[in-house]
Design a protein around this ligand. Sequence first.
Ligand SMILES: *[C@@H]1O[C@H](CO)[C@@H](O)[C@H](O)[C@H]1NC(C)=O
Ligand SMILES: *[C@@H]1O[C@H](CO)[C@@H](O)[C@H](O)[C@H]1NC(C)=O
Ligand SMILES: *[C@@H]1O[C@H](CO)[C@@H](O)[C@H](O)[C@H]1NC(C)=O
Ligand SMILES: *[C@@H]1O[C@H](CO)[C@@H](O)[C@H](O)[C@H]1NC(C)=O
Ligand SMILES: *[C@@H]1O[C@H](CO)[C@@H](O)[C@H](O)[C@H]1NC(C)=O
Ligand SMILES: *[C@@H]1O[C@H](CO)[C@@H](O)[C@H](O)[C@H]1NC(C)=O
Length: 310
Amino acid sequence: IHHIWKCSYLTGRAHGWRYYHSTALKNWTQAREWCREEYTDMVAIQSQEENDHLVSLLPTRTGSPYYWIGITKSEKSDPWTWVGNNSTWVGNQSWATDEPNNNHVTEFCVEIYVNNNKANRGKWNDEKCSEKKYPVCYQAQCNLTSCDRGRCRETIDNTICLCEPGFGGDRCQTAVTCDALSVPQHGRLQCHGSYGPSRFNSSCRFHCDLGYRVEGPEWLQCQASGRWDHPAPRCQVEQCAALKWTSDRLLRTCLHPIANDSFNSTCAFSCEEGFELSGQSVTICDHAGRWTAEVPTCSGKGTFFVHFYC
Ligand SMILES: *[C@@H]1O[C@H](CO)[C@@H](O)[C@H](O)[C@H]1NC(C)=O
Ligand SMILES: *[C@@H]1O[C@H](CO)[C@@H](O)[C@H](O)[C@H]1NC(C)=O
Ligand SMILES: *[C@@H]1O[C@H](CO)[C@@H](O)[C@H](O)[C@H]1NC(C)=O
Ligand SMILES: *[C@@H]1O[C@H](CO)[C@@H](O)[C@H](O)[C@H]1NC(C)=O
Ligand SMILES: *[C@@H]1O[C@H](CO)[C@@H](O)[C@H](O)[C@H]1NC(C)=O
Ligand SMILES: *[C@@H]1O[C@H](CO)[C@@H](O)[C@H](O)[C@H]1NC(C)=O
């Protein structure tokens, strides 16, 4: 009812924007005002395909007046510019033969011929803006809720969401997922992210058990590409320096529960008969990779001065 009252007609709809035209004649300025009041703006054509599509939707006329479209200029030397977004698209077949001719010196507005003349149908003609013709408008279908994490773009037969990096889905509603990380052996993993576990921008911190250290980067972040920014680190057992000794009088018994000379390796020392141990008899590789004691030495027993007192 509203549209009949306003004397306008839904010319057609692509899945994207809808086209409307008025059956009331208006000069170009009034035509644009009407389009902006009732819809989004005057129609903007950005390709030959869109041009042909629009022509197929508009009622064919047998002669002037035709339809105003949203391309104009304000000076003779200016480029023709679409009012919606300042695009200057003009196809090499857009103008009718010998147009634009600026016949009346101030022909700064454009009409589209929608007639049955094979040579002219769908072609453009420059006209004085004060002439009265039928406006053609479009109603944008993109709105604030069309795309969650992206920009909505109207195309001839669709609206598409151009997603921000890190998001996907037809409405850019899902964050990109990285492969789940596995808990390292001898360690644990602490992750948090605003968009869910292993989703874009979530970060994980690797911790290792006592006696192990993180070999590689401690923090990983899920990138927009769906890959973690680094390969996952490993928990590497703490390593002590190999024990060295010179005295061949020293006897040792070592246990290496994890790996040679590493965390929790233990060596017990003693000396051959007749020699004396100097230093600690046990050393342990601690959780920081340090031996708790140095290797002891064995020395000959001191000379005993036995004094006999008679
Ligand atoms: C188009 O250009 C005019 C004049 O340069 C400017 O005022 C206007 O904001 C522009 N519009 C868009 C959508 O870029
Ligand atoms: C103007 O808008 C149309 C339709 O949305 C788009 O195809 C075109 O790329 C835009 N041009 C500029 C210069 O922004
Ligand atoms: C128009 O331009 C298109 C591509 O830009 C080209 O393929 C075509 O040959 C051109 N047609 C004429 C008549 O110049
Ligand atoms: C269009 O019509 C309005 C109202 O009559 C008038 O104010 C305006 O100057 C006209 N515009 C052109 C370009 O002739
Ligand atoms: C917003 O646009 C989408 C399509 O892009 C449509 O499905 C939805 O119904 C629209 N919402 C409103 C409130 O107009
Ligand atoms: C991703 O995380 C960084 C901080 O690590 C933050 O500055 C940025 O805003 C986040 N991006 C999104 C889209 O949430």
